[in-house]
Design a protein around this ligand. Structure first.
Ligand SMILES: [Zn+2]
Length: 649
């Protein structure tokens, strides 16, 4: 057996050897520090794991980037043991070890129901287990022993099989551990003993829906924080607080942007008045830009026949992401997951000539995707969304030029919002995955090299990402990061030789013969839902003046004496298309000013006796203490100019 280490060194062994002993063979000090190993860059195993075949092995010590995950996994197991002790009737679920670098999670099935307050006792128990300094023991039981133990604790057969199935998928099939007399499936590495943790604190209790065989069931997800020292723990708590402050879900709640109502349905956000204004302002701007770039707006229905999607290939390659069909007397309908085939129908409704191209159809189109309930996240991942979509039909000689135009448009738009781009992804197919991707190597090679050529011509830096292409073609994705480090695609440009072929698209060439156009799919800022989530996170809710739902907060000093003047000012602002609101509450002036700051309103107008007498306004801008008095007209002119130029604040 040959073990290749990170520095290229190769160790040969005649017999299986423990990770810990391999560490010892390298250096005695390493044996003490090693908590596990990363095998072939993919799978993490405990330090007690027996390595039994050739592999690449990376030892995990405190300096390794995966160390915090090992710490979190340790805390997860401690929590599971605490749950077993406090609620022996419940069942710990080894649900996907979604190891975050910040929080850790434990999953629990408990029919009697659980509230966050019930976790107090579990938290105490978990911290007691830390003090007990229990060792993680990996070799005392076999798989059979595990099954026996699980049966003794009253686990159902179905559940045991499920855990074994999880284990089966693992690279190294040791993975049975014991902590405090209770067996667990070790699907990751742990610290040597529980007291290596400093402490555990639970932060949240939520629910997730999991599939167990054919049954969907809801289980509890316990969120917690842990660290190996007091200093680390304090730093982590501060970091989490900062993340929370820039999480779009919290910002949106504060600004009243959207609302989710289980009675309406999961993942179906409702735009509240403030959110609707924000979205419409963005839409107006995008449509103006599209007009400038010579796009033609069209509108198409939110459903289509399943035959439409069978022809396009979505049915075959994309069905898992689609809602189930609706059966009508003569038609089978599906909610549209993408508008491409609808736009093709617009292209196809009359003959096209080579002189008509490029034809740029744009639609801000509502579409539906069946996301699993566990993956739904605020506005970031939803089931109903409006995509800033476009399909451009071009001749082969126009592809490069058109691609560049699309990219320029996207760049211009993202710059207006000051969106920080993380990187550009050249998303290619995985040539081995014949199920996900349409099988035509010649077409793919052609499309991929064409796309890469354009990127090179434009001198752009990009990362190649195999396996990330759409089923019909390669794409350029413009990636941004969310507050919790999720990577999301903001904009995309995709090259497609396939759908024109499937729908037999044609145009009449210069010599009168039929030619085949090429399609470019373009998502300008992706969906409004996702874009607003990114915008809220990147701005921390301090939106640009031109699209802020409330641009001016009017605060009368005396709600009786100054209310007529306040109303008069509001009417004037409205005539100039400036959005304002009067704070009529019977609260102290300082409170109202603070409140307007919390709601991140760009301008606050304080109107008292002097302002009323002189026809002036006294304003202060968001985040500033300075008060400036000007005539109402001057104030209006200043704001209009800023709004029209779309500058911040
Ligand atoms: Zn499309």
């Amino acid at each position: 057996m040959k073990i290749t280490l990170l520095d290229g060194q190769v160790k040969s062994y005649d017999e299986p050897r423990k990770v810990l002993d391999i560490a010892g063979d390298i250096a005695t000090s390493l044996k003490k520090k090693c908590v596990g190993a990363l095998i072939n860059g993919k799978e993490v195993v405990p330090s007690e794991a027996m390595i039994n075949r050739d592999c690449k092995l990376e030892l995990i010590t405190e300096r390794h980037e995966l160390f915090s995950r090992v710490v979190n996994y340790t805390a997860k197991l401690v929590t599971c043991l605490a749950l077993e002790r406090v609620f022996p009737e419940g069942e710990v679920v080894p649900y996907e070890d979604n190891l975050d670098t910040d929080e850790f999670f434990a999953f629990f099935d408990y029919e009697k129901g659980l509230k966050f307050d019930d976790l107090k006792e579990v938290e105490l128990e978990a911290n007691k287990i830390i003090k007990e300094s229990l060792e993680f023991n990996f070799n005392t039981t076999s798989l059979e022993g595990y099954v026996e133990e699980m049966k003794k604790t009253g686990s159902s057969e179905e559940f045991i099989n499920w855990t074994l199935d999880l284990n089966e998928k693992s690279y190294i099939k040791l993975a049975i551990g014991v902590l405090g007399g209770v067996p667990f499936l070790a699907r990751y590495a742990t610290l040597a003993k529980t007291s290596d943790l400093f402490k555990i604190e639970f932060t949240q209790l939520t629910g997730v829906s999991v599939e167990n065989g054919d049954v969907q069931k809801s289980i509890y997800k316990i969120h917690g924080l842990t660290a190996i020292s007091e200093k680390d723990f304090k730093e982590l708590v501060e970091k989490i607080e900062e993340i929370k402050a820039s999480d779009h879900k919290n910002i949106a709640k504060n600004l009243e942007i959207y609302h989710l109502d289980p009675l309406i349905g999961q993942g179906l956000p409702i735009w509240l008045p403030n959110g609707a204004v924000l979205k419409q302002e963005i839409k107006k701007y995008l449509m103006e830009k599209e007009f400038e770039y010579d796009f033609i707006q069209i509108e198409t229905p939110v459903i289509g026949t399943s035959d439409l999607y069978k022809t396009s290939g979505h049915w075959e390659h994309y069905r898992d992401d689609m809602f189930a069909p609706m059966f009508l007397p003569k038609e089978e309908m599906v909610l549209k997951p993408m508008s491409c085939p609808h736009h093709i129908s617009v292209y196809n409704f009359k003959p096209r000539s080579y002189k008509d191209l490029p034809l740029r159809f744009a639609e801000h189109a509502l579409q539906h995707r069946y996301e699993s309930s566990g993956s739904l996240t605020g506005l970031e991942r939803v089931r109903a969304m409006e995509l800033t979509d476009s399909h451009i039909f071009v001749r082969p000689d126009q592809v490069k030029e058109e691609f560049k135009r699309c990219f320029n448009l996207i760049q211009e738009v993202l710059a207006t919002f000051d969106i920080k781009v993380d990187y550009l992804s050249l998303s290619l197919r995985d040539p081995k995955d014949k199920e996900k991707y349409f099988d035509d190597d010649k077409m793919w090679n052609n499309a991929e090299s064409e796309l890469e050529d354009v990127l090179k011509e434009m001198d752009l830096e990009y990362k190649k990402m195999p396996g990330e292409a759409a089923f019909y073609g390669p794409k350029l994705d413009i990636q941004a990061k969310t507050s919790i480090g999720h990577e999301i695609t903001v904009s995309t440009i995709q090259l497609d030789f396939l759908l024109p072929q499937k729908f037999d698209l044609k145009y009449i060439g210069p010599k009168g013969e039929n030619e085949r156009p090429i399609m470019i799919h373009r998502g300008l800022v992706g969906t409004y839902e996702r874009f607003v989530s990114v915008l809220l996170e990147q701005t921390k809710g301090v939106l640009p003046l031109w699209c802020a739902p409330k641009q001016v907060q009017i605060i009368p000093v005396n709600i009786v004496a100054n209310s007529d003047y306040a109303e008069q000012v509001r009417v004037e602002l409205r005539k100039n298309l400036i959005r304002s609101e009067i704070d009529k509450r019977d609260e102290r002036l300082s409170y109202k000013i603070r409140e307007a700051q919390v709601r991140k309103v760009p301008y606050q107008l304080v109107l008292g006796e002097n302002e009323q007498k002189n026809g002036t306004v006294t304003y202060r801008t968001y985040g500033s203490e300075e008060q400036i008095t000007v005539s109402l007209q001057e104030f209006i002119d200043k704001l209009r100019e800023k709004i029209d130029r779309k500058v911040y604040g």
